[in-house]
Design a protein around this ligand. Structure first.
Ligand SMILES: NC(=O)c1ccc[n+]([C@@H]2O[C@H](COP(=O)([O-])OP(=O)(O)OC[C@H]3O[C@@H](n4cnc5c(N)ncnc54)[C@H](O)[C@@H]3O)[C@@H](O)[C@H]2O)c1
Ligand SMILES: O=C(O)CC[C@@H](O)C(=O)O
Length: 525
């Protein structure tokens, strides 16, 4: 009988479902990493919320582990690459707590507007300070939404119901979807300049970390009130403290912190600052939803092999799996490449399957492309919800199959339509196994998309490769593989290098300053 450990506080429905489905279950919460490490070896499944950190170290000790189930959305407490490397499926429950979290953001917005926590404290202290508390109405005010995905769009809906104006900054939001939501799509600078209230609903990524930096906070309207129920790290906490102290920021409410549990913070005690201990998902309804969902998904997998909402494994039948596996990897890499390189809103993505690829079941390949593509925008995407998310974002998804072989006996091409036109990348399988990029935005370039990579577009000129190599060497960056392509001699050239060290902002700035460089970016696969 498979055995599961529930290591974070979870609604009792989870344990009940496990038992009903023939899975033995232990509920042991509050263990230290070392204690968890000592016991994890006996379990086939680990059901968690946000407290348990499923690190590489824990996974090393998890000799029987087959599945980690996150009762919630964010999986930043799970080392997914390490889990994948160990063949451990990681599942989440992407929608079970969205309404609840959106409601928490709205609750905090009202708490800020009327200074409710302080008024409560003063009244209960017997002070009756009626003249001290003067709030603001939300009606007619502008709410700036940073991130308009599941939770952001529910917040928008509720705010519109409160007669607020909603402006949204989300680079992946299409105009059509914005109209459907009733929000105005704006740039980040416009949002900062216009919003009376700002609420954050993005994952924490390299692009969103410190999105409310000191510089951006300085661009906000005086008196702005800020709410973060998404992830700690989206706001520079020191700059937020300064803004509150100076009076530029009228109030801030944080449910999430850079370091959690946040038992101390310079923000604590600051006037007009409100905090809750990561309570966004903490309602009876949401916890029942996510507990039921995670237990059903994990039991399905452990008992019958069914895979739902996995972040690191495709849903496949036993017969299709071995044939599709190398294609799935190619498809996800091509989707990720185009997601990392194509800028702006994308309203159409086309997946062309040519030659041998045209004979395969296109659905898992399409899901893999979409997962790779959307994975550059959100950490909640998986093989199952990728097509749905793409649809919700107003993206048209096309599958085109051509059985005739072209230059390669099998080829996948992924094209996206952006405001600048159609852009496409293509790849093949060498020896029916090894995924290789063969074309990038019309330029033939053969590359293995793996790990950290540096992408450079430059003018093809003698001496450039030498200069680039020297620059990387001086920065202590070792080149693993080097791939080169160009439109024509002396024309636009593309370089893709796999590197052993991370591509830092400093390195990119140095590379961009080299003569002839048009673009330089770090990529990750
Ligand atoms: N406080 C809590 O208890 C709690 C509960 C649930 C979810 N969350 C967190 O809330 C966040 C949002 O969850 P969700 O379900 O809405 O996720 P989602 O993936 O549906 O939406 C995230 C949105 O952020 C957008 N985005 C990505 N990069 C961006 C960028 N650079 N700038 C602006 N927008 C960007 C994406 O396009 C997407 O629309 C996640 O971080 C999640 O972990 C917190
Ligand atoms: O489980 C929780 O309490 C928090 C969940 C939330 O952060 C999520 O990402 O779903």
């Amino acid at each position: 009988m498979p055995k599961v450990l529930i290591s974070d506080k979870m609604d009792p429905k989870a344990a009940q479902i496990f038992r009903e489905r023939g899975v033995e279950v232990d509920e042991i919460t509050g263990k230290t990493p070392d204690e968890l490490k000592a016991m994890i070896g006996q379990y086939d499944g680990l059901a968690i919320r946000s407290s348990t950190k499923v690190t590489k170290d824990i996974l090393e000790a998890a000799t029987n582990l087959k599945v980690v189930g996150r009762a919630g959305i964010g999986v930043d407490n799970v080392d997914i690459p390490a889990a994948s490397a160990k063949g451990v499926v990681v599942m989440n429950t992407p929608f079970g707590n969205s309404i609840t979290t959106a409601e928490h953001a709205i609750a905090l917005m009202f708490a800020l507007a009327r200074d409710l926590p302080e008024a409560d404290k003063s009244t209960q202290a017997g002070k009756w300070e009626k003249n001290r508390f003067m709030g603001v109405e939300v009606t007619g005010k502008t709410l700036g939404l940073i991130g308009a995905g599941n939770i952001g769009s529910i917040v928008a809906d509720r705010a519109l119901g409160l007669k607020m104006k909603v402006v949204a900054y989300d680079p992946f939001l299409t105009e059509e979807r914005a109209i459907e939501l009733g929000v105005q799509k704006v740039t980040l600078d416009e949002l900062l300049a216009r919003a009376d209230f700002i609420t954050l609903h993005t994952p924490l990524t390299d692009q969103t970390r410190n999105i409310l930096s000191a510089e951006n906070l300085a661009k906000t309207k005086k008196g702005v009130r800020i709410i973060n129920c998404a992830r700690g790290g989206l706001i520079d906490e020191a700059a937020l403290k300064q803004g509150l102290d100076s009076g530029h920021i009228g109030g801030a409410a944080l449910d999430v912190f850079v370091t959690e549990p946040a038992k101390e913070s310079p923000l604590f005690g600051t006037p007009n600052f409100i905090s809750t201990p990561h309570l966004g998902a903490s309602t009876t309804e949401a916890q029942v939803n996510v507990a039921i969902q995670v237990a059903e998904q994990m039991a399905d997998y452990l008992v019958s092999g069914g895979v739902t909402n996995a972040l690191n494994m495709p849903s496949l039948t036993a017969e299709e799996a071995p044939k599709l596996k190398p294609y799935m990897s190619l498809a996800e890499k091509l989707g990720s490449l185009v997601g990392q390189l194509a800028h702006g809103a994308i309203d159409r993505i086309s997946i062309h399957m040519e030659g041998a690829a045209a004979e395969l079941n296109p659905k898992p390949l399409t899901s893999a492309v979409l997962k790779g593509f959307l994975g550059t925008q959100t950490d909640t995407v998986n093989m199952v919800n990728a097509p749905l998310l793409a649809r919700e974002r107003g993206m048209e998804v096309r599958e085109i199959r051509t059985e005739r072989e072209g230059d390669y006996h099998t080829l996948l091409r992924v094209s996206v339509r952006t405001a600048d036109g159609e852009r496409s990348v293509a790849g093949t399988l060498f020896g029916d196994q090894a995924a290789r990029l063969v074309e990038l935005f019309g330029i033939k370039v053969e590359a293995d998309l793996t790990g950290a990579m540096l992408y450079v577009v430059n003018e093809d000129a003698p001496g450039f490769i030498g200069r680039l190599g020297t620059t990387l060497g001086e920065a202590g960056v070792n080149i693993g593989t080097f791939h080169l392509g160009r439109r024509q001699a002396g024309g636009e050239a593309v370089l893709l290098l796999s590197v052993d060290q991370p591509v830092t902002a400093e390195l990119l700035a140095t590379v961009k300053a080299l003569p002839g460089v048009k673009t330089a970016m770090g990529l990750r696969f």
